[in-house]
Design a protein around this ligand. Sequence first.
Ligand code: ZN
Length: 170
Amino acid sequence: MTLRKIIYMPDPVLRRKAHKVIDFGKEFQGLVDDMIETMRQAPGVGLAAPQVNVSQRLIVIEYGENEEEDEDVVKKLYVVANPEIIHTSDTKVKGVEACLSVPGLAGEVERYTQITVKGQNRRGQLLHLKLEGWTARIFQHEIDHLNGILFVDLAERVWKPKEEEVLQAD
Ligand code: ZN
């Protein structure tokens, strides 16, 4: 496994619509492993392939619901290729987001409270995920990356967080 370099705004790769994953072979498996390692090392709760300069529809997420309140919570790792939101809740909720590709900024973004995501796992098998809470928010943030959208595009307010304000970035 190799750590990949995270690219920052205004790199044009972050603004591109990423390509569908078709080949789940050796090179792709290496990318998945590298992205997991890069996300953990950053550290971040999620990472999309365009953030490591690869324009492919692949996201990795590792998060335990309520992990900021409970350190012992079991984190769940998701690897999803070609993710697609196929259902959303009627309700939305505001929350503060940060991004590894937009260092030094935070913003309040409105997201669906629950979503259903269709995609493929790292072996190419079909996957259906019903997600809620912060996990649903992270998925929406990562899927936006595959369409060239950054949280600062959606945020009502963007600010520079103070050092003591601990934020999870993805
Ligand atoms: Zn991000």
